[in-house]
Design a protein around this ligand. Structure first.
Ligand SMILES: [Cu+2]
Length: 139
C-alpha cells in the first residue's frame, strides 16, 4: 500500500502541471494576438518602429533617431494628409511613399553613423517645409 502512494502523488502532479502548462500557453498566444491588433493604433509602442507623420507641409517629428546597424521599421503616417507624400534619404538610397490617407512602412538597416537630411521629393514640398534630420547613432 505504502509503495503505491508516490506513484499516485506524481501522476496527480503531472496532470496538474499539464493543465497549468496548457493554460499558460493559451495566455501567451492570446497576449500575442492582442498585441498584433493594438500595435498599429499605438505609434511608438514597438521599439523597432519609428513613426513619422506627414502633413501639408511638414514631418512630425522632424528629427528621427535610429541606431546604426540595427533593423528598424520606418512608418510613414500620411493618414492626416490630403495628398501624396514621401520620405527620401539620399545618403542611404532610402525611399518610402504614401498616398493621402495611407500609412506605409519599410524595414531598413541604416549602417553609417552620422546626421543626414531627409525630405519629401514631391514638387515644391521640401521648399514648403517638408524636410527633416536623420540621426544615426553608433551601435
Ligand atoms: Cu510631400
Amino acid at each position: 500500500m505504502l509503495a503505491r502512494r508516490p506513484e499516485k502523488f506524481w501522476s496527480r502532479w503531472t496532470m496538474i502541471l499539464g493543465v497549468v502548462a496548457a493554460s499558460g500557453a493559451a495566455t501567451v498566444s492570446w497576449t500575442q494576438a492582442e498585441e498584433n491588433v493594438v500595435r498599429p493604433e499605438a505609434p511608438g509602442s514597438n521599439a523597432g518602429e519609428v513613426w513619422v507623420a506627414s502633413t501639408e507641409f511638414k514631418f512630425v517629428p522632424a528629427t528621427v533617431r535610429v541606431i546604426a546597424g540595427r533593423s528598424v521599421t520606418l512608418v510613414l503616417d500620411n493618414s492626416q494628409a490630403e495628398t501624396e507624400h514621401g520620405i527620401k534619404m539620399p545618403a542611404f538610397g532610402f525611399y518610402l511613399i504614401a498616398k493621402g490617407g495611407q500609412v506605409t512602412r519599410k524595414t531598413f538597416i541604416f549602417d553609417k553613423p552620422g546626421e543626414y537630411e531627409f525630405m519629401c521629393d514631391l514638387p515644391g514640398h521640401q521648399e514648403a517645409g517638408m524636410k527633416g534630420k536623420l540621426i544615426v547613432s553608433g551601435p
